[in-house]
Design a protein around this ligand. Structure first.
Ligand SMILES: NC(=O)c1ccc[n+]([C@@H]2O[C@H](COP(=O)([O-])OP(=O)(O)OC[C@H]3O[C@@H](n4cnc5c(N)ncnc54)[C@H](O)[C@@H]3O)[C@@H](O)[C@H]2O)c1
Length: 361
């Protein structure tokens, strides 16, 4: 007898949904059975372009999820813009559906907490779409940091991004994106470092953010629509005596706001800045002092054998299929990532340092 395939829905059929669909289509233990988008006809066109057959189409996450029982739905990919992450995820979890949610987790900390409460009520899998975690480079970096070779990590510089590269589309308006470079690429560099050091709790943040180039019609042709951050910088204190110096940019008048540095009392690691976030970042440099001599070791990028988008989707399906499995990219970690982003926004708006207070889930 043929094994039952996992029945999957895709909510939001824009740019990133394609990368979810490509992976599901490669796997023979799942089937895309439903697609939804707010733009009438978009979900159907998306399915036809990708050769997805026999699926049903809907005009919102609610319509699709209200039909979950009839569809025999096991899981959904939520690929909507940031402002539509929390509501559809809560709606899905409350209907007993497992969720693979695109990054950033949410826009605000309050939303992330509400999602986690729904996750707790449901007992279902919620995995957040940080595909770089599945890349060999990221895993190698994490292995070095976790090996203890750096000693006690006390200072991290991270972020990076672009001199020019404001994305456009639904990424640049408050009503759809809510946060700009912070949510688009900032959450990745935070995840890279926080995951490596075991996701310590954030305590305080002092931040600045700006939209000065994005709002300038002489420099950006969609300046009239631009209403999110293009550059943010923050000093973040973490539990365990770690200080993080964070800068992220879509637009800044310099080649890069800097590489990532993870510094301990025994050694330091330099990870080159990237503007891509597919997980690969090239050669790292390790700085050690051995017998009084300063040594610099180049660490070549390992071969990446598995597409990180495949890893992200596969790990979600495996978690659904395995009784008692834990989420591959758990909300309990990404909550701290979101709390930092939320703190950056609050601190920048107030013009002073703020405490990060994380409610009980
Ligand atoms: N992991 C990655 O590498 C990666 C890359 C790009 C984007 N993203 C993330 O994915 C999300 C979407 O980005 P995108 O580029 O695909 O945006 P997009 O604007 O191309 O697509 C989003 C789609 O969601 C639809 N939508 C919004 N709310 C909906 C709802 N309630 N029900 C049904 N459909 C709804 C919109 O109509 C739109 O078609 C963003 O949060 C972004 O940060 C992740």
């Amino acid at each position: 007898m043929a094994k039952k395939k996992l029945r999957i829905g895709i909510i939001g059929t824009g740019g990133i949904a394609r990368w979810h669909a490509y992976q599901y289509l490669k796997m023979d233990d799942c089937k895309i059975v439903a697609l939804a988008d707010l733009v009438p006809g978009k979900a159907q066109k998306f399915a036809e372009n990708l050769g997805i057959k026999g699926a049903k189409y809907y005009n919102s996450h609610k319509e699709l999820l209200d039909d979950a029982e009839a569809l025999g739905l096991d899981g959904v990919s939520i690929c909507t813009y940031n402002r539509q992450h929390a509501e559809p995820t809560i709606y899905a979890l409350d209907r007993g559906i497992n969720v693979l949610l695109e990054k950033p987790f949410t826009v605000t900390l309050d939303e992330a907490v509400a999602v986690m409460r729904a996750e707790k009520r449901s007992g279902k899998i919620l995995s957040i779409g940080f595909q770089p975690r599945f890349h060999a480079s990221m895993q190698y970096m994490k292995e070095i940091v976790r090996s203890g070779r750096l000693g006690q990590v006390y200072y991290i510089q991270t972020g990076g991004g672009r001199r020019r590269g404001i994305p456009g589309s639904t990424f640049i308006e408050d009503k759809t994106a809510g946060i700009g470079a912070l949510g688009d690429i900032g959450c990745y560099s935070l995840d890279m470092c926080l995951d490596a050091i075991g996701y310590p709790k954030p305590l305080t943040v002092s931040a600045f953010k700006t939209d000065i180039i994005g709002k300038d019609p002489a420099q950006y042709d969609e300046a009239d629509r631009f209403s999110v951050d293009e550059f943010a910088v923050a000093l973040i204190r973490l539990e365990g005596g770690v200080t993080m110096d964070f800068r992220i940019s879509w637009a800044l008048n310099v080649d890069t706001p800097g590489d990532t540095l993870i510094i301990g009392n025994k050694a330091g690691l330099r990870i080159p800045s990237t503007d891509c976030w597919n997980g690969g970042f090239g050669e790292m440099t390790l700085y050690e002092t051995v017998d009084g001599k300063d040594i610099e070791t180049k660490l070549p990028e390992p071969e990446n054998k598995v597409d990180c988008f495949y890893g992200k989707v596969r790990s979600f399906l495996d978690a659904i299929k395995t009784p008692g499995a834990k989420s591959p990219v758990p909300s309990s970690q990404i909550l701290y990532n979101q709390a930092i982003i939320d703190g950056i926004v609050r601190s920048a708006n107030l013009g002073r340092e703020v405490d990060i207070v994380i409610p009980e889930i």
